[in-house]
Each structure stands twice: as structure tokens, then as C-alpha cells.
Design a protein around this ligand. Structure first.
Ligand code: SF4
Length: 383
């Protein structure tokens, strides 16, 4: 009898795509999918630690599994994803010791890099494919654990991504979502190492300086040319790396979704500075204005919609700073926002140098205000 596996995925679309590669790896070893976690011999938990709550859910699941007696003798619990990424990258070994102490029930820690891109994703969705184009991040926003849990940004070779999308089209896929922590900086490392492609890099002008070179607009354009693919979107894109050339590519290609996700995180300049986000509220609003002005010019497509991520209660966030975010949200006209309560994360600059000093009740109240304003506007109107 082949061993049965079951995968539990926490967190973002990037983790979902990783789980699809893990599926391929496990089936390559002769395992078959279990219909329930209780019947599985090999349970893989793909973890997220972007917020404390996500991390705690992983601990809760492992503890609950350990309590269930069924199958215990031969069952294996395997942990992968961001928690393991952090364990591997923390050179002091502190985080590794902490997790081993917290989760003695885990039989194996599997760094996602061990799976690699050599394993094709085994997708369950037959229409919409998630396609990672890069992994990791070099931006070091002070609250964010990603540069530590996923490491520095590494782009997949250009030709490999295009070939995968062509193959998906042949298999009948109609929609593609390109994934990266910052898709707009895709290719910066490929240019430096002269790996793949001879395209002339596009530089993004920001704060009067030429920032990183990128190949993302070319990649997007080439994927739009693939016959059979009807819709393309991408996430996430940082506001400060959104090039004029990228806007032009979106305008000229109606296959690209008119729903753009553009994380703002805060509408206060002083908070953005503490977060190490390289734009001001005015620059962000100007970008949205520019996007809305240019992109609806494309015939036959709906008007552009912008969604965002916002963190409330970041270290030292005053009422005035929070009101700047409320005002920005009103001006930007987001159609959706993922609003989260700040929680300080291991190894980040915010944990080391700032104080997580906003009471939970205040964070909750601010969260509710933005949630009602952006995600439940009808509720506000009725009052
Ligand atoms: S851009 Fe900032 S928030 Fe996004 S993954 Fe990188 S460090 Fe984290």
C-alpha cells in the first residue's frame, strides 16, 4: 500500500504554489493523496509567519495533531514554509532551538528550497494557474519577516517562466497569476548575473533616482502574446517600483486584469518612514491617479480597481497618523483592503529598534474603522 500524504497550507498564494510543487515531489516518491488529514501517513504543514496569528495557528494545528491518537505510530508530521525558512536562515541558531522546543512533535523540517523549481506544480485548478516568477525580497520593510523567512529575491529564468505559461496554455489554462513578493523588481538579479535573456533592463525612476532595473514589463508583454491565455494578473507590486513602462504595457494589453493590488500599508508619511517604505502618501495617490487616468483608456475593459494592504497600530502610530490613513483610503477609493493588526515579528528591524506599544483594543478599533470604510461601505452608508 502506498503511503498517503495530506498538505495543509497557511498564508499567501506563493505558499499555495509551493504546496503544488510539494505535491509533485511527494507523488514522485510514490505517495498518494489522502482524503482526510486523519488518514494520512505523511502530513505536510506549509507554514506562514507573516503575522503572529498565522504562526500561532500552525502551533495549534501541530498540537492538535499530536493529541489525535489515530495512526500515531507510523504517521509523520513535516513542517515546511516560512517558519522553516527562518530556522534555516537564523545564523545564531536561536530560532531553530525555539521551534524544536515548541514543536517536539514535528518529525521533519523541510526547507522549501530542497524541493526547488525542478518539480512542476501539480495543480488542482484546471482553469487558473499560479505561476511564481520570483521568491524572497530585498526591501526590508521594518515590520516584515519575508526577507528573513524567504531570503533575498531570486528570479526564475525568463525563458523558463514563458515556457511554463505556453505549456499551461496548451493544457487549456485560461488565466495566469504571476507571483512574487515584489513582481516589479523581477529580473534585477538575472541582469546582474547575465543569466537568461539579453533584454535591455527597464529602470524605475523614484525620488529622482534610477532605482532597480527590472524585466517585468517585458515578461508580462510576452505572456500576453500567448494564444489561449485570456486573463493575466500579478501580485504583489510595490508602489515605488511601478514603472511608466509597466503602465504602458497594461494599457496596451486588454488581457491584463484591471484589478491591481498595490499595498500602501499606511497613509502617514512618518509611519511610512518608520516602516522603511520608500514613498510618501502624495506619491502613492499620484500613482493611483495616473493609473486610473491612463488605464481606462483601453477599450472594452472595465474601469481600473485598486486593492491594498494596510497595517494598523504600527509602532507608535498616533491617532493623527491613523487619520492620515483613513483620509488616504477615502481619496484612493480602494475596492478592497486586507487590513491587519500589527504584530511584531522575529528578527525584523521594528522588533529590534521600535516598540510595539499600541494597545490591542486600539488596534482593533482602527481595524474596524478601515474595515467598515473600505470593505463594508454599504454598512457605513446605512447608519
Ligand atoms: S516589500 Fe516589504 S512587505 Fe513586501 S515582502 Fe518585501 S519586505 Fe515584506
Amino acid at each position: 500500500m502506498p503511503l498517503k500524504y495530506f498538505i495543509v497550507t497557511f498564508g499567501c498564494a506563493q505558499n499555495e504554489a509551493d504546496s503544488e510543487r510539494i505535491t509533485s515531489y511527494l507523488e514522485g516518491q510514490g505517495m498518494v493523496k489522502s482524503l482526510s488529514i486523519n488518514q494520512a501517513d505523511y502530513i505536510v504543514i506549509n507554514s506562514c509567519m507573516v503575522r503572529e496569528m498565522a504562526e500561532n495557528r500552525v502551533y495549534g494545528l501541530v498540537n492538535n495533531l499530536a493529541k489525535s491518537v489515530k495512526h500515531k505510530a507510523k504517521r509523520k508530521i513535516v513542517l515546511t514554509g516560512c517558519i522553516v525558512g527562518m530556522m534555516v536562515r537564523d545564523k545564531t541558531g536561536k530560532f531553530l532551538r525555539l521551534i524544536k522546543k515548541k514543536l517536539p512533535q514535528v518529525d521533519e523540517f523541510l526547507p522549501i528550497e530542497e524541493i526547488g523549481f525542478g518539480y512542476p506544480q501539480l495543480r488542482t485548478d484546471k482553469f487558473h494557474a499560479l505561476v511564481p516568477i520570483s521568491s524572497g525580497c530585498n526591501n526590508f520593510c521594518t515590520y516584515c519577516v519575508v526577507p528573513y523567512s524567504r531570503g533575498r529575491e531570486v528570479s526564475r529564468p525568463y525563458e523558463e517562466v514563458v515556457a511554463e505559461c505556453k505549456d499551461l496554455a496548451k493544457k487549456g489554462y485560461k488565466k495566469i497569476t504571476l507571483l512574487g513578493m515584489n513582481v516589479n523588481s523581477y529580473g534585477a538579479d538575472l541582469i546582474k548575473t547575465q543569466k537568461s535573456t539579453n533584454l535591455k533592463p527597464i529602470y524605475v525612476k523614484h525620488l529622482g533616482r534610477l532605482r532597480i532595473p527590472t524585466l517585468f514589463p517585458y515578461l508580462l508583454e510576452d505572456i500576453c502574446k500567448i494564444e489561449g491565455i485570456e486573463e493575466i494578473d500579478f501580485m504583489s507590486s510595490n508602489p515605488w517600483d511601478f514603472s511608466a513602462r509597466l503602465i504602458e504595457v497594461i494599457v496596451n494589453n486588454p488581457k491584463i486584469s484591471r484589478q491591481i493590488h498595490l499595498p500602501v500599508q499606511s497613509g502617514s508619511n512618518s509611519v511610512l518612514k518608520r516602516m522603511n517604505r520608500w514613498y510618501t502618501r502624495d506619491e502613492y495617490l499620484m500613482l493611483i491617479k495616473n493609473l486610473k487616468l491612463k488605464i481606462p483608456a483601453c477599450a472594452g475593459r472595465k474601469n481600473l480597481k485598486v486593492s491594498t494592504d494596510i497595517i494598523v497600530g504600527f509602532c507608535g502610530e498616533t491617532e493623527e497618523e491613523f487619520q492620515d490613513t483613513v483620509n488616504l483610503a477615502k481619496q484612493a477609493g480602494f475596492n478592497k483592503a486586507y487590513v491587519s493588526l500589527y504584530s511584531d515579528r522575529p528578527m525584523t528591524a521594528a522588533r529590534k529598534t521600535l516598540k510595539d506599544n499600541i494597545p490591542h483594543q486600539v488596534k482593533k478599533r482602527r481595524w474596524q474603522i478601515l474595515e467598515n470604510l473600505i470593505n463594508k461601505p454599504n454598512l457605513v452608508k446605512k447608519k
